[in-house]
Design a protein around this ligand. Structure first.
Ligand code: ZN
Length: 135
């Protein structure tokens, strides 16, 4: 595996199940055990403030909610990729996550574009979820 020099997510006890699922190439969300609300990793349910939660695998499908292009080199390790997209994908199940759209030209990005998750094993420990257009 090529050495990965870009910033990596910080694994915490609260988000570890999410990243463990990514490593298995599964997208997983936290489900509130009291009201059923699905969310990205968070110690507390944003709907009912319950701390009782479990994890469920989800489809990995969604739509581009919004996106932007990065032209400025804010971090030198991204210099080779300029310009690159940063997108917010709204999952079928509701939560929105920040990611990159891969497998399509940046000029072809559209709000509402149907996408599905793909997993990139960037280190031994970390697999990043990215999204590609549904073919
Ligand atoms: Zn809840």
């Amino acid at each position: 595996m090529v050495e990965y020099s870009k910033p990596l997510p910080e694994i915490t006890p609260d988000n570890k199940p999410f990243w463990d699922a990514c490593k298995r190439h599964e997208l997983s969300l936290q489900r509130c055990q009291d009201c059923g609300h699905l969310r990205l990793p968070s110690p507390i349910c944003q709907k009912c403030l319950s701390m009782n939660s479990g994890w469920v695998s989800v489809s990995g499908r969604g739509k581009v909610y919004t996106w932007t292009m990065i032209f400025q080199r804010y971090n030198p390790v991204f210099a080779d990729e300029l310009p690159y997209n940063v997108a917010m994908v709204e999952l079928e199940e509701g939560p929105r996550l920040i990611t990159n759209i891969v497998g399509c030209n940046n000029e072809d990005l559209r709000i509402g574009m149907e996408v599905e998750v793909v997993f990139e094993d960037v280190t031994e420990e970390i697999t990043l979820p990215r999204f590609k257009p549904v073919s």
